[in-house]
Design a protein around this ligand. Structure first.
Ligand code: PRT
Ligand code: MG
Length: 216
């Protein structure tokens, strides 16, 4: 069924994942025909194994791939775990955009006696599961950014957020209290595309894997 005329579409997010991904793509001979950091176009033709790159919001990468609007995508493990799709294969850890998901706060965790702990985060599913696995129910406050502010103004007791250098927490008088997960970006593949375009996708996985291995 598979032949070399099949087109392969890759969903990618701007920002740090794109910065770390472009050198990987170049090493396997995939070259976008425009400068992705400059163009305003969201659909960019490419040369090499991938024919087209879609520029989407990082949290939307799993959505594009699970619906088959893109055959493959690159997304943070944080985004994938929070999104919770069972329609995606995750064949390769690209080992880029690494960070950790942390519980953070102003000081040690002191549990209020009259109510549940209040946690502000973008990662409500991951946080709920993590606390549930320790037998604790917490009140979750969903935020879309600037999580560090929440404990400072009494919106939450603690936050769950991504930490790299720790500078953002520090600048807001917070510190990491516990690591929840180690994060890196993953290649994800649409399940139907994996069957229909198997040869090309297999080649992409193998070539990227070789580059990641070499870099390790
Ligand atoms: O920015 P936008 O809202 O459009 O989308 P996004 O925040 O999802 O994109 P982006 O590019 O910021 O992050 C995309 C992915 O990069 C995340 O899903 C992670 O998998 C990965 N990644 C790796 C990070 C970080 N490191 C990181 N440090 N994502 C975000 N951060 C943020 C963090 O949220 C905090 O605000 O950087 C700040 C902390 O950094 P330090 O170095 O001060 O600790
Ligand atoms: Mg961001």
């Amino acid at each position: 069924m598979s032949n070399s005329s099949e087109k392969l579409t890759l969903a990618l997010a701007k920002g740090r994942i794109l910065d770390d991904t472009l050198p990987l793509l170049a090493k396997v001979g995939i070259h976008p025909r425009q400068d992705l950091s400059k163009t305003r176009e969201l659909r960019i033709a490419a040369d090499g194994l991938v024919d087209e790159i879609l520029i989407v919001r990082s949290t939307d990468v799993p959505t594009y791939v699970e619906h088959g609007a893109a055959d493959v995508g690159i997304a943070g493990k944080d985004v994938l775990l929070e999104h919770r799709s069972n329609q995606l294969y995750e064949p390769l850890d690209l080992n880029i955009a690494r960070c950790r998901l942390c519980l953070a706060g102003t000081d040690e965790v002191t549990r209020p006696s009259d109510r549940r702990l209040r946690i502000a985060t973008k990662y409500v599913n991951i946080t709920r599961d993590w606390y549930a696995s320790r037998g604790e129910q917490v009140e979750l406050i969903k935020l879309y950014g600037s999580m560090e502010l929440a404990p400072l103004v009494g919106l939450a007791d603690l936050i769950v957020d991504l930490v790299d250098t720790g500078n953002t927490l520090k600048a807001n008088g917070l510190k990491p209290l516990e690591d929840i997960l180690q994060i890196s970006s993953r290649l994800v593949v649409n399940k139907a595309a994996m069957k229909m375009k198997h040869a090309k996708i297999r080649q992409l996985i193998d070539e990227l894997a070789a580059v990641v291995e070499g870099a390790a």
